[in-house]
Design a protein around this ligand. Sequence first.
Ligand SMILES: Nc1nc2c(ncn2[C@@H]2O[C@H](COP(=O)(O)OP(=O)(O)O)[C@@H](O)[C@H]2O)c(=O)[nH]1
Ligand SMILES: [Mg+2]
Length: 188
Amino acid sequence: MTTKLTTFLVGPPRTGKTCISNHLADLTESLGDRQYHPTQGVRILEFDRSIPVNGKAVEVACEVWDCSGDSRFHASWPALASSANAVIFVTSPDTRERDLDAWQNLFPALAPQQMAVFSHSYVGGGSGSSKGARFRPLSTSPLAKVAVLQTSLETDPDAIKKEFDVLQAASYSVYRESSEKEEAQLMA
Ligand SMILES: Nc1nc2c(ncn2[C@@H]2O[C@H](COP(=O)(O)OP(=O)(O)O)[C@@H](O)[C@H]2O)c(=O)[nH]1
Ligand SMILES: [Mg+2]
């Protein structure tokens, strides 16, 4: 049976969550659309990926939750976030640690390998974009143990999919371990 993994994309408005989600789902045509359409609530994208787990290809049904960065939707997240197998924090070079606090607190059950930070830059997307600046978590932050990837749909779109697969593989392993534990408990 194919395993379903749910990945949340969260972060401040206009960081590129919707563009990255579309790219992951191969809906790339909307990148040319220069007009900004803020996401209302959440958009759920579904697609399959074959991911390498311990040298073996595993089929995974990916569900990507492209969340709105607008704080007026925050009240609905706690009820939904518990279904996440992975989370990607999408930031701009201007994003500060505290901008992510509300989001980070939503995923207390996820281990660092189930999380990634995409420090996303594009022309016109924040003052530091062109200087190679990136989001850096504080050394005391829970995010300090999380992989930070500098992403750009213009210069390296494949790196985004590759990192997504790494995240899926890690989340898949966590998911398998916990379901095996549950099964063992049922048998005992
Ligand atoms: N050229 C380009 N534009 C981007 C890129 N990422 C985001 N944008 C633009 O930046 C704006 C905000 O992106 P969006 O994905 O909607 O941000 P969200 O609010 O985080 O979902 C949109 O107008 C996008 O077209 C990118 O990698 N390249
Ligand atoms: Mg959006």
